[in-house]
Structure formats: C-alpha cells, structure tokens
Design a protein. Sequence first.
Length: 543
Amino acid sequence: MYGLMMDNPLTITSIMQHADANHPNAEIVSVTAAERWHRYRYQDAFKRTRQLANALMHYGIQPGDRLCTLAWNDYRHIELYYAISCLGAIIHTVNPRLFPEQISYIINHAEDRLVFVDPLIVPVIAPLQQQLDSVEMYIILTDDAHLPETTLANTCSYEAFIHDQAVEFDWPALDERAASSLCYTSGTTGDPKGVLYHHRSTVLHSLASASADVFGLSASDVVMPVVPMFHVNAWGLSYSAPMCGAKLVMPGPKMGDGQTLCRLIQEEGVSLCAGVPTIWAGLLRYLANNNEQVPSLKKVMVGGSACPLSMMHEFEQRYGVVVAHAWGMTEMSPLGTTNTLKPSMRRLAQAEQDAIRIKQGRAMYGVSMKIVDEDDNTLPRDGRSTGLLKVRGPTVCCGYYKQEASEAHDAAGWFCTGDVGHIDAEGYLQLTDRAKDVIKSGGEWISSIALENAAVAHPDVLEAAVIGVHHPQWGERPLLIVVAEAALTQADLLDFLTDKVAKWWLPDAVIFVDRIPHTATGKIQKSQLREQFEGYVLPDCSS
Ligand code: AMP
C-alpha cells in the first residue's frame, strides 16, 4: 500500500523558490575583482537568476546541455548555479587551478557549450580556446566597463548577456533525478572523472548537512564558504544556506587572503565558515600576527584533509571558535562524516576527548560506511581493525559520467573511497591514509596522517608530509618532509614526536624544504613528493 502524501519532486528549484518566498531579505555579500564588496538580497539574486534563465533559453540552451563555469565564490556564480540547473541544464564547475591539459580535457569530455569565466581567470582559458571544440561562446563575469583585454574570441559580458531580459520566468517541472551539476575529480592518476549530481541528491545532501551536528544552519547564521564553488559545490553551502535563510558571505578571489577573511568575518558578522586546513592556517597566522579577534565566529568546519589537533586548540582556546572536523569526497556531494562529541563523551578527560575529536567523525544521515579487508570481508567496528573504507547512499555517485563501468563500485553498489581507516563502536571513522599513501613497514601499516598531525603540532612547523621510502629490511620506512618557520633540526623534531607516536613509527629521517607541492584542491601532492624522493637512501642504509 502506498502512503497518501504529495509526490513533489526534490529539486533545486524548490530550494530557490523556498528561499525567495521565505527569506527574500537575507543578504549575499561578495568580493569581486571589480568592486570592493557587492551586496544584495536573495530576492535580487533570484530576480537576476530568472533574467539569466531567459537569456539562456533565448540563446537556445536545451535540457541536459552542459555549461561550464570557471569562477570564484560570488553572487554571479550563485545566479549561474540556480539558473542553469533549474532550467534543466547542467552546471559544470571547473577548477581554474588545474593544469591547462586537465582543463581542456574535462571541458571537451563534458562537451560544454558555453563557458562563464571570471575576468581574473580569462588568462587561464584564453590560450586553450583552439582546443575547446564544443564551446560556442565565452561569457565574462563582469559588465562591459570592466571587460579585460583578451585574445578570446566570441565573448560578451555577463551583464550584457542578461540585460533587457524579462524578470519573470516559468521554471520547468523537472524530474528529481535529472542531472543538475557536474564536477570532475582531480585524481592524481588517470584522467579526471566526472561526478554527475542530480536534483534529488543535492536536496537530500542539503537537508542532511544543514542538521545540527553537521553545519547546524539557521536563518540567524552568517555563512562564509571558503571552500570553492568550483570544487564540490562549496560543500553544498550554496544550496543549504538559502534553504535555511542564512546570510551568505562570499570571499571571491580572496579565499587565501587571511586579512580579507578577517575583515569579512568582523564586518559582516560571520558565524560559520567552512574550508580546508591550509586556509585556516593562513587566517590563524594573520589573526595572531595582527592581534585581531573574531568574536562573531562560532564554528569552523575543517575538511578536505585531516585537521590537526593543534589547529582545533588554537581556534578554541584563543578565539572561542568551535572546530568540527569533516570528511567527504567529490563522489559524495561531498559530505560523509562530521565530528561532534556525544553527551557522554563531554565528561571524558581532555586528552580522551581530543583522541575522539581528531577522528573524521560520524556518518551524516544517508551515508552508510563499512571497512573491509583485502578480500572484501567487513571488519568489526572496534576502533582498531583497519582496512579500506566503502560507502553507499543517495548522495553518493553510482558511476562516472560517460564511463560504462566503474572499478570503484562493487556489485552490491558500494563505492570504494580509496581511503584507509577504522570505525569505532560509536560510529566514528578515523582515516589513517589514502590507500596509495599507506606506509607498509615490516608488513604493518604506519599512518602518514597521524605522523603529519603530530609533526604540525610543533610550533615551528608550518607544514609536514610523510611518505614511505624504500628500506632493505622493512620494505618501507617513513620519511618526514617539513616546511619550518624557524631553525629546527631533525633531532628537535624526533624528540618532539617521541611521546606522541609509537616508537616504531618514528620517521627514519627528516628533510627540511622551502615548500611542499599541493594539488589544485589544496591537498599535499604526495605523488610529486614520491617522485622527488625516488631513490632516496635513508641514512642508516647508506653504507
Ligand atoms: P576530493 O574528492 O578532492 O574532495 O578529495 C577527497 C579525499 O580527500 C578523501 O577521499 C580523503 O582522502 C581526503 N579528505 C577529505 N577530508 C578529509 C579529512 N577530514 N581527513 C583526511 N582526509 C580527508
């Protein structure tokens, strides 16, 4: 027997219409290249979204067409998010920091018809235009007065594109399983793979991620996504914030600038931020060096890479900001877990609470997780048994765009994340590595993440990466690579680590470098480090 409830489809259009009707005066404040801070309200945003939808329709955009954006977090990108998806077309967000060959590969693979590009990103795309066969026009995200000089052919300004368009638009009724957006994973091996979200997965992800133990969003919040809208939908905040009526503060091209982030927080009253550890390290350095405070900031979500305990302590003890550790993947819309303590855990001693808090956290509603061994047997949730992490759920992709079969998916529909870790009896996931980064020493696994976390807790260490290097007896041993702020020696660091990790985990050598390479999404690029240190001979193996 079916229930007697209405079958309204779960679409992004419903988020937009809800925000427009119930939170018309909530603000969106954006940093753009042309203006200091642009400010308008949701009702203004959705009025322009309807003008954009009219412009796209008159241009001849059809349901299912892919339209590319190469843009920062700002108000025009929000308009593109809603107009394109709610029209039935697909917004393909592209990371401008990818290598040029990757950008042209994915635009060609997606067969994007239009490219919406920020003026600051025009120099990235202009040299590639001859290779982009499907692109008909480049729309530069500014007005005529601020168009940059460029060799790009077939351009127009965004403002000219939507100018004179009617402010009314009849949004089409969409199937909730219709594709809404596309984001390619910037995998370190092989070609990038397209993750194709649908309206339903986006709405479910927004609902689940808005809940109290995840973002905990409300109409009283002022949300600043410092995670890019070009990478996994800014962790869904471009949907969940309007769904809850929260004010949005968009840092535009200034995401990596501690001073701008500090000003935005102080002047706009930002209460919640989300971003990767590198961003927060920059902000914390700026705050400490300039003796600034951020009294409105209540919570920072940290994910994308493991959040060091020292970062949590600094935020909490110096600035009164609660840090919630989160884990996710492009393939998961992206959120998988967040870490908040359960009531019984709040009574534990600080060190025991810390041991829980550095874990990646509990599954968000809708995400099922399991750890398996090499033969795909499910391992117990005992906080020790370590293996490959598999996930399943309505916000997880079931395959890749234009790919017949996916090696990452098994016959029962589980997606193998490529992450390695364990889950405890309370459901808390702790990642110890990416499968390809695991260090195998004498048949046992050493967690590079745990070693890196311990090393960055040293006050003079800016960044740390651990890779496995060949050892004749043990197979592999850990090599610690460090960017230090002050004069440090190997002995200082090993001494510091002695009581923080198992003795046999202590790195066999420490190398000091000026910089550690990062991927386009800000993660440490271990593949490049492994190449750089290929053939490295550990000191005790050199004779
Ligand atoms: P991406 O698809 O580019 O967002 O990358 C997803 C990968 O980033 C995950 O599979 C993890 O390896 C890593 N990652 C994300 N969040 C965390 C976290 N909190 N701790 C450790 N690794 C993380």
